[in-house]
Design a protein around this ligand. Structure first.
Ligand code: DAH
Length: 341
């Protein structure tokens, strides 16, 4: 084969292959054209075999021409493929009888839902929702709550410290001080919010949620506290829910108590959930320690009060029977999607 003949073959193959590839009207005909021209036994490959029969001096020029054809054909194929992938196959245009695609809609997270549910029970008892900052100072998180400096009670709080003397609040109790500081009694508040501790296991997350309660008024007694919490347990769990108070210690309440609810799983008989005790610890509470009043300028002879702190994550785990706090915060939303809010 002489050089002119070879170049002529390249030119005519290009005149045939490029329009066939670019103009393919379906993915099937595009694939046919690709096999015909660019496949292992395709026309471009066959022509390149002829190069051996050419004069040595002409081979570089011939190779260049053939490569240019191969590249042009490959890009014509790629363009056609992307054009055809974007449109439905002929004969398969939109089937209007198929069910529509559902647009995924979000919903309230189980923690937000539980927190709102807890708050709304207390709102019905006359408390008002109040909030405070998550980044706190030592003063509001500890000092004004009667945690002396260097006192071991601070160790319980696994605090995450920030720069410049700031910290991530370890509880919502700081809002007790912030609220009393700017209002005169009576105070009837409920405080939902995020809290942080250096804790991470099946039942603890470094970020978790609490709802704080504070009632300061004339003549408030521990009976009022117990009555409010018993009614809360009945509203939140079930009308037959029972609670008990056990003596405990918190720096900001005196006396302090831990509240247990009769096991929501076995009703008090003892099971795996309550570790055989029949009771589940659900919150801390107590009568406001008069030491707090001195920080906010309240007169302890005039008023008395109680406070409580509820772990929202724990309440949600008990109510909805979840065994791992991580389900609330995981990027895998399958558990949470079971509880549309
Ligand atoms: N702040 C406590 C904690 O996070 C919970 C708590 C206990 C809050 C007793 C209170 C209370 O208001 O009276 O562990």
């Amino acid at each position: 084969m002489n050089p002119q003949e070879f170049l002529e073959r390249v030119r005519s193959l290009s005149g045939e292959a490029l329009p066939a590839l670019s103009g393919a009207s379906s993915r099937v005909s595009l694939e046919e054209a690709r096999v015909r021209y660019l496949g292992t036994k395709g026309a471009v490959g066959e022509l390149s075999k002829q190069m051996g029969k050419l004069d040595k001096a002409f081979r570089p020029e011939a190779g260049k021409a053939l490569n240019a054809l191969r590249e042009a054909a490959a890009s014509a194929h790629a363009e056609a493929l992307s054009r055809l992938s974007a449109e439905p196959e002929a004969g398969q245009a939109v089937d209007v009888t198929l069910p529509g695609r559902r647009v995924p809609l979000g919903h309230t997270h189980l923690i937000s839902r539980t927190s709102r549910e807890i708050c709304s029970i207390f709102e019905r008892m006359g408390l008002t929702v109040t909030e405070g900052p998550e980044v706190e100072t030592d003063y509001y998180n500890f000092e004004a709550l009667n945690f002396p400096k260097d006192h071991p009670s601070r160790d319980m709080q696994q605090t995450l410290f920030l720069e410049d003397g700031l910290l991530l609040r370890t509880h919502t109790s700081c809002v007790q001080i912030r609220t009393m500081e700017r209002t005169r009694p009576p105070v009837w508040i409920v405080v939902p919010g995020k809290t942080y501790r250096r804790d991470d296991d099946l039942t603890h997350s470094p970020m978790f949620n609490q709802v704080e309660g504070l009632v300061v008024d004339k003549g408030i007694t521990m009976a009022d506290l117990k009555g409010m919490l018993a009614e809360f347990a009945r509203e939140f769990f079930s009308r037959s829910a029972k609670i008990r108070l056990r003596p405990s210690f918190f720096p900001f309440t005196e006396p302090s108590a831990e509240v247990d609810v009769a096991c929501v799983s076995c009703g008090g008989k003892g099971c795996r959930i309550c570790k055989g005790t029949g009771w589940l610890e659900v919150l801390g509470c107590g009568m406001v320690d008069p030491a707090l009043y001195s920080y906010v300028g309240y007169d302890p002879d005039e008023v008395s009060g109680f406070a409580f702190g509820i772990g929202v994550d724990r309440m949600a785990m008990l109510k909805y029977r979840l065994d791992n706090i991580g389900r609330f915060y995981s990027g895998d939303t399958r558990s949470m999607r079971q509880f549309p809010g």
